[in-house]
Design a protein around this ligand. Sequence first.
Ligand code: GDP
Length: 364
Amino acid sequence: GFKMGIVGLPNVGKSTLFNALTRTAAAQAANFPFCTIEPNVGEVAVPDARLDKLAAIAGSKQIIPTRMTFVDIAGLVKGASQGEGLGNQFLANIREVDAIAHVLRCFEDGDVTHVENRVDPVADAETIETELMLADIDSIEKRMQNLTRKVRGGDKEAVQQERLLKAALAVLEDGKPARTVEVDADDQRAWKLLQLLTTKPVLYVCNVSEEDAAEGNAHSARVAEMAAAEGNSHVIISAQIEEEISQLEDEEAEMFLSEMGLDEPGLDRLIRAGYELLHLETYFTVGPKEARAWTIRQGTSAPQAAGVIHGDFEKGFIRAETIAFDDFVALGGEQPAKEAGKMRAEGKAYVVKDGDVLHFLFNT
Ligand code: GDP
């Protein structure tokens, strides 16, 4: 599955957000730094109204949304790459995630200590990014040492790695994140395998106060500008409201949201933004027993998509029967769609589209 790491300075609202996301009290929110010592891992259902529609049409007994994993990563403070705070432990946790949700404090509250005694989300973002850059430099230098012998021996992969690491090091030493390196198509694979922290896509989460939840504020506007300049994205959320909403029943939650002038929970926007950032898509399997959503990357072939359900589906893949979401809904289900000629048989080369309703045929 796909993993988002929640990072940010202490006291910006990471745990509050994580709690809201996972509806648990496991990640305890408290007004002191290093409250979340162990990386907390939570699975979140990806909200998708299309799944409910499909289930209603097919009369599916069960609805199973697709999931995304969130990891609450504590210990990222100024000097962390030099062992401050919880030290280097967080680095390994960040290395494993597909994208970073960077929570920035965009709320004023004299009762909640800010580690730097001021509210300045852009400066906070720079503090964290600097730590990640220092950590990248550190790991590159270590890796280069290990590569030297292989490079001398003429190992092609090692030569490529060294070349890419040098390119990354050059921009990092210039004070820029590794994502600013222009990487050729031929090098993309090896580049990804380097797993540099500052190449991970970033979603800035502007944590604003209740009053600013609908429109944001001057702080979040500055973050939006920064995100756009970097090619990253941002969402505006009030972690506190989200935590309250997460404890309400659906109807109550809707009333609460409309009172706040919000169309949907901020968490839905957050999860969707994560999806977009990671170039993820959803396909569906629909039957009387269950309607289920599955996550794939854009550009995934039918056999690979089948492999998300089970490895055997991919190995023994014969073909996929496909109905587009719109056709399934407009025609009123699988049988009528089939009769209208809207069910297609697709082979191994088919690239699955967002919203496809699929059946896989495979050898066992
Ligand atoms: P973490 O250290 O980043 O995990 O931060 P926490 O989630 O533990 O939050 C730190 C403190 O800030 C807690 O007392 C929260 O209740 C408070 N807090 C979180 N979000 C907001 C917010 O949007 N507004 C205000 N006023 N306080 C918040």
